[in-house]
Design a protein around this ligand. Sequence first.
Ligand code: GDP
Length: 493
Amino acid sequence: EFISVSNLADVLGVRQAEFIDHLEEIGFEGVIHSHVLDAETAGLIAEEYNFEPIFETSEQDLVAAPEPEDKSHLPQRPPVVTIMGHVDHGKTTLLDWLRKSSVAASEHGGITQHIGAFSVVMPSGKSITFLDTPGHAAFLDMRRRGADLTDIVVLVVAADDSVKPQTIEAIKHAKQANVPMIVAINKMDKDNVNPEKVKQDLARHSVDVEDYGGDVQAIPVSGKTGLGMLDLEEAIVTLSELLDHRADVEGNAEGWVVEATTKKAGRVATVLVKRGTVRAGDILVAGTTWTRIKTLKNEAGTVIEEATPGMPVEIDGWREQPEAGSEVLQAPSEQRAKDVVDYRLERSDIKKLGQDTAAINVSRRETLEQRRRSADDETVEETETSTGPKLVNFIIKADVSGSVEAVVNSVSGIGNNEVLANILRSGVGQVSEFDIKHAATSEASIINFNAAVDPMISRMAEAQGVRLMNHNIIYELIDDVKAKLSEHLPPNI
Ligand code: GDP
């Protein structure tokens, strides 16, 4: 995870003295050959020299097994489905209907609790797992954390309302994530419905529905009466078979945290099993916490023996609360789990430090380059001397204070003698209504780093003409800010 300056110079094939000069040029002060760089910073420097850094995972960490190339011999697993669509088109109603038909409820007459996901078993014996949080924020948030657990998106469109802004947004998200869709044309029990218009409107938004030359299934349903719901479930199973969803039930268990909370039983997390089989007594690590499982429960609160791929299961005994979207991996022993957690905690501290310094260095490099460039400019054409640079306003929001600091540091350095980034305000947390209003009145753009955005807020920003810059990689963010600044540059003649 660390490398000395002289070793890095050797790896990159540059003379040490030259290398140290260059490091100083890009903002490292007082560098000596024995100076130790963390992996992140070293990687950044290597990229400068046109090398692609590869971060090897330390043996101290736990990692998921590589995906097998040939899955054909593995057992099928249930597909994982997320329901998306415009507000009031019936997402919650559909989920409620499905939840009532969930296996746990029907087998035990129990009441299904919200644990973040539930499975439905078809008359054929096949099952489907539904993620229980409708809407787009959850889907995006999970993906942002690297958890791409949705296999199929069910896009709900009300037959009496057709395609609406959030429908289009959902289509965009599903396409970006490369997740196939099935359309549920809902509210078919109502009188004034027009399913054909829904299909036409979808086709207009590049959803290639059946009957309009495509293969996206569009199923007329009613979440209220249950009409067509079995057809919808069958469509999901058919698509899943076509996509050939399979997973190994042997070997170390892997999964994702769907939701975590504290109950009477202590800290519990709903884990969606991705591979392997989870049983009581197993030791699992999720991010920087771990558990030796006491009990596994399904969505009806019934204790179960084991959970196989595609199944959501509530797991207790976590030392700290896991985070939704964390990867779950099985550890061979408690000691190993503890070591992995310690290692990750230590590494995340270093990483935070590394990110901060990397961010600061980049911004220094910007100013240096810009200063050089503006110095050149001044000698060529001596214009606009006294007016000073045009200020381009930004409001910065980020997930944690460390990120806010890193973003502020990197953005505040950007600019030249013509345009300059000007930070009006910065803070921790999601972008709020107030942020949008403030941005609208002060002609600012909002930088959102590493935090989910409520779709309502996105729409509000759009409506008010406020630019929302969502990023989770500092270098991309910097590029975006630079692009924004260059919009304010006078055209080159
Ligand atoms: P969501 O915002 O997409 O979760 O939508 P909801 O499930 O909350 O539904 C919004 C409204 O539409 C509620 O008043 C529901 O009762 C109604 N609704 C949902 N599905 C149907 C349906 O299939 N038929 C009828 N008639 N009404 C429905």
